[in-house]
Design a protein around this ligand. Structure first.
Ligand code: ADP
Length: 557
């Protein structure tokens, strides 16, 4: 062949192999096509494909031979057994350098190791070049001739180029495999997803339907695929809108319900409907739109929401009813207490006159009876006052008339109020008010009432002649008033309950100590209405301490 013709033939070879490389799937078929084209053009009778041995750097025969195989039985036999380590033999050399290698006479070339074993291979010249993939040697192609032939530089250049073209085939194949693996993984994920997956093509037909969709719509994939989606899962009244939406999107390309989550009603062919949450995302597959959607049945969520709403409404109406009842009870207590107050005041007035001696001396037994009547009437009056306080401070808006008053005055007034009973039972009341305890802004009547309740409890629940202490101090803007006794005390189990209305400890009941169980609950309400606290500590048999705290700047509500 003349030089110019050969040059043209080589370019044509390059072109044809490029076409093969772009259209052929798989290295082997592309390599075969190329090997036979090269053999035909060059007149070299045999070619062979070597591939990595799969264990780090070595190459072995792929078993792919193209050309006059029958003319080289020994070469094929030796090659099939050979393993070309990196750098060893022309294959190993190509593998290491990534460059073509030409051996003009293999019988004299120490590099051509297969000829060193003493066999007559029937080979004169050989050349090999790499198939390059991502910069690495992925395969080596060998060509053999009977004759000794000097290196042909243009041919080697073209071959090196061909090696790169073949490499592209491999790269494409790898990319294809990776893509297919990814697609399979995705399909598997969709198939096993607990969410129903439904896909629709641009003609509105079902193109995807996973196992969860089968369960949700009680329709097998075979039955579902290809059916119009609207007629399969959309309630009849929404079908027209669904079709319009699809047409509008296909016409304008503007999504209205796509790429976002929304709630909608789904439909089964038995006519049943259920709420679902839906996310649709459109993709273009070969220029055709496909609409993918995950569907989540939210029946349970809706039911739970509804149950919650009903429970909340019921609760609201119960609360309203309880408030009404509470108000009615307060109104009742208020009315009755007011009605009791007036006649009681009159009785007390007359009893005072009778016991004062103004109405003339009384026989001793009558005097005793009158004093007992006076004591009990006073108790009754106290109870009425307690009840009136409950309906005022226990109400939603306790009526308070705060004024600024020295804390010492509050303590003195309360101690004064229980002085008589303390004296009768032989108690000494010790009062310690620190000098820095200033004034507070409180409803005096209410706070004195609270302190009085604590003091009278301290007396009631102690043995006669034991001491009762009131101590007032101030720290960090908070005034504390502590009433301490060394009386019967309260058990740890009962302590948290003593502020409940009408609660009395077992010991109080057993000893028949007078009282209705209202004092502490009223005292607590009063103190809290002033922004303060009332707490207690106690040891059974040793005594109790009740602490009122009030903000030094307390401004009663
Ligand atoms: P009352 O004193 O009218 O029973 P309170 O509400 O004032 O009602 O007190 C509730 C209960 O708490 C009392 O019945 C009593 O059992 C217990 N209690 C209150 N103060 C003391 C105290 N200082 N020592 C022992 N028990 C007390």
């Amino acid at each position: 062949m003349r030089g110019a013709d050969r040059e043209a033939a080589l370019v044509a070879l390059l072109d044809s192999v490029t076409v093969v490389a772009n259209t052929t799937e798989g290295l082997e078929s592309a390599a075969r096509a190329m090997m036979s084209a090269v053999c035909e053009l060059t007149g070299w009778p045999l070619s062979h494909l070597c591939v990595p041995d799969g264990s780090g750097g070595g190459f072995v025969s792929s078993g792919v031979w193209v050309g006059a195989e029958e003319e080289f039985p020994v070469l094929r036999e030796v090659t099939s057994r050979a393993r070309f380590r990196p750098g060893v033999g022309i294959v190993g050399r190509v593998a290491v350098t990534g460059e073509p290698v030409w051996s003009l006479d293999v019988t004299r070339d120490p590099l051509f190791v297969r000829a060193q074993e003493g066999f007559d291979l029937g080979v004169g010249a050989a050349f090999a070049f790499p198939v390059m993939v991502a910069g690495k040697v992925a395969a080596v192609l060998e060509f053999f001739s009977h004759e000794v032939t000097p290196p042909d530089a243009p041919l080697m250049r073209v071959m090196a180029n061909l090696g790169h073209q073949l490499g592209r085939v491999v790269e494409r194949q790898q990319a294809q495999r990776a893509m297919e693996a990814g697609r399979r993984r995705l399909e598997q994920m969709i198939e096993t997803s607990v969410e129903a997956f439904v896909a629709m093509d641009a003609s509105g037909r079902i193109a995807g339907w996973n196992a969860a969709a089968e369960r949700m719509f009680r329709l097998s994939r075979e039955q579902a695929l290809g059916r119009p989606l609207a007629d399969t899962i959309v309630p009849p009244r929404h079908r027209a809108a669904h079709r319009q939406g699809l047409d509008r999107f296909l016409f304008t390309g503007e999504p209205k319900v796509l790429n976002q989550r929304f709630e909608i009603t789904a439909w089964r062919s038995d006519g049943s409907e259920f709420p679902i949450e839906l996310a649709i995302w459109p993709v273009q597959d070969d220029g055709e739109w496909v609409f993918n959607a995950f569907l989540h049945d939210i029946t349970d969520r809706r039911n739970a929401e509804e149950a919650l709403r009903v429970a909340y409404e019921r609760e609201q109406s119960t609360v309203a009813r309880l408030q009404e009842l509470d108000q009615a009870k307060n109104d009742f207590i208020d009315t009755v207490s007011h009605e009791l107050r007036t006649p009681l005041t009159t009785i007390v007035g007359y009893l005072e006159v009778l016991t004062s001696g103004d109405a003339g001396p009384l026989p001793a037994h009558q005097d005793r009876m009158l004093r007992t009547m006076t004591r009990n009437t006073m108790r009754l009056q106290d109870l009425v006052e307690d009840l009136l306080t409950i309906s005022s401070v226990g109400g939603s808006r306790p009526v308070m008339s705060p004024i600024r008053v020295p804390a010492r005055d509050l303590v003195d007034r309360a101690v004064q109020a229980i002085a008589e009973i303390a004296q009768t039972r032989g108690h000494t009341v010790h009062v310690h008010v620190d000098t820095d305890v200033g004034s507070v802004n409180v409803d005096v009547g209410h706070i004195v009432r609270a302190l009085r309740a604590l003091l009278s409890n301290a007396i009631k629940f102690s043995e006669p002649h034991t001491p009762v202490t009131v101590r007032a101090s101030v720290t960090g803007g908070v005034i504390s008033i502590i009433v301490t006794d060394v009386g019967i005390g309260i058990t740890a189990e009962e302590l948290p309950r003593i502020f409940d209305r009408f609660y009395r400890t077992r010991m109080a009941a057993d000893r028949a100590v007078q009282g209705a169980g209202l004092g502490l609950s009223i005292a607590k309400s009063i103190v809290e209405a002033h922004g303060g606290t009332l707490t207690a500590t106690s040891t059974l048999g040793q005594g109790s301490a009740f602490t009122i705290t009030l903000p030094a700047e307390a401004a009663g509500g």
